[in-house]
Design a protein around this ligand. Structure first.
Ligand code: SF4
Length: 351
């Protein structure tokens, strides 16, 4: 008896989230005693946001809530040019924590709009990232949320059409919509490389691969985290029930008989200590073993944003050479305690 916990690798923080979290931490450290504002949640995770709030960071949904001349960090999801203009009008000092992979989609949007293309942006219309990308060329962009919607699209010129995607979509769902677009508009151009980012793709592939041998999938992440919700959908697509929980407190012991095989993963914005706490609680309750499954080895590095380096220079801190690097997770005794652990590595592609 006892549970078999299979821990997906990769899981949790991606390089973009790690960078955004570091940007806020470093801004707080550079400006002791000053109020730091963040426009929207820095990443979609209530624990990450709550931990910064405890340090005095204020999250706002409207730049008018930042006092004139104040310091505001733009979140990992990016903002539209209209938001940047608004910040400039209010003389705000802005630090941009937009993930470079979101910026890539913005750049594509600007380039194709300048070339006269109509852009079909596959994604969730209300997601901050999509609002920001669309804002780069509002008159050229139509957001496409479903394959059904494709049937009713009116386009100016099917020969001058391109699709782009939100970075955190389900690769399954996006594939269905893109197939519908290709079928209806055979001349539609595709982005130079997939807009669905490496972290989304890898975390989904790990679930797709491991979930079929499990009775249950537990995803640590917040309900407004697009990529976390997508992980539960991927699990259910392969026939395994899945639950999305913010942390161990949302566990319901009635989900378990005590002898299940459970896949544990985490969305790209969920901290590793929450995953470890979940594993410890399950093993304490039911006994069993923990095995990490290495599906893809990630090793991704981003530079810090220029706006943070500028702030560092102004405050006498040299951040020029600082890099954010995210590789595979390794178990640490302080997080996992003395749980019995094995790691089964499968040599997957490096990203
Ligand atoms: Fe960037 Fe992808 Fe992470 Fe979003 S999920 S912050 S696009 S790496």
């Amino acid at each position: 008896m006892g549970l078999t916990l299979l821990l997906a690798n990769p899981r949790g923080f991606c390089a973009g989230v790690q960078m955004a979290v570091d940007v806020v931490s470093q801004t707080v450290a550079l400006l002791p005693g000053e109020r730091i504002y963040v426009y929207h949640e820095i990443v979609h995770n209530k624990h990450v946001v709550g931990r910064f709030q405890e340090q005095g960071v204020v999250f706002v949904e409207d730049l008018d809530d930042v006092p004139e001349g104040g310091i505001v960090v733009f979140s990992a999801h990016g903002v539209s040019p209209q938001v940047r203009q608004h910040a400039a009008q209010r003389r705000l000092e802005t630090i941009d924590a937009t993930c470079p992979l979101v910026t890539k989609v913005h750049s594509e949007c600007i380039r194709y709009a300048r070339q006269g293309f109509e852009i079909l942006l596959v994604g969730h219309a209300n997601h901050q990232e999509v609002i920001g990308t669309r804002g780069e060329a509002p008159s050229a962009v139509t957001v496409v949320e479903s394959a059904e919607q494709v049937e009713h699209l009116n386009v100016r010129d099917p020969a001058r059409l391109v699709y782009l995607t939100q970075t955190t979509l389900s690769t399954d769902d996006a594939g269905v919509i893109i197939s519908a677009l290709r079928k209806r508009f055979p001349q539609i151009k595709e982005p130079p490389s997939s807009d669905i980012c490496y972290a989304t793709t890898n975390r989904q592939n790990a679930v797709r691969q491991i979930a079929p041998e499990c009775d249950l999938v537990l995803v640590i992440g917040s309900r407004n985290s697009s990529n976390s919700v997508r992980l539960t959908e991927i699990a259910e697509n392969v026939g395994t029930p899945a639950r999305l929980i913010d942390d161990v407190s949302e566990l319901d012991w009635s989900w378990f008989k005590g002898d299940e095989t459970v896949l544990i993963t985490a969305g790209a914005s969920a901290p590793e200590d929450l995953v470890a706490a979940l594993c410890r609680a399950l093993l304490l309750q039911f006994g069993g073993k923990l095995e990490q499954r290495d599906v893809v080895t990630e090793d991704v590095e981003f530079g810090l944003p220029a706006s943070l380096k500028r702030l560092g220079r102004a405050r006498g801190a040299d951040l020029e050479q600082s890099r954010i690097r995210v590789g595979a997770y390794s178990f640490t005794a302080d997080l996992y305690g003395a749980v019995p652990l094995t790691v089964s590595a499968k040599d997957g592609p490096r990203s």
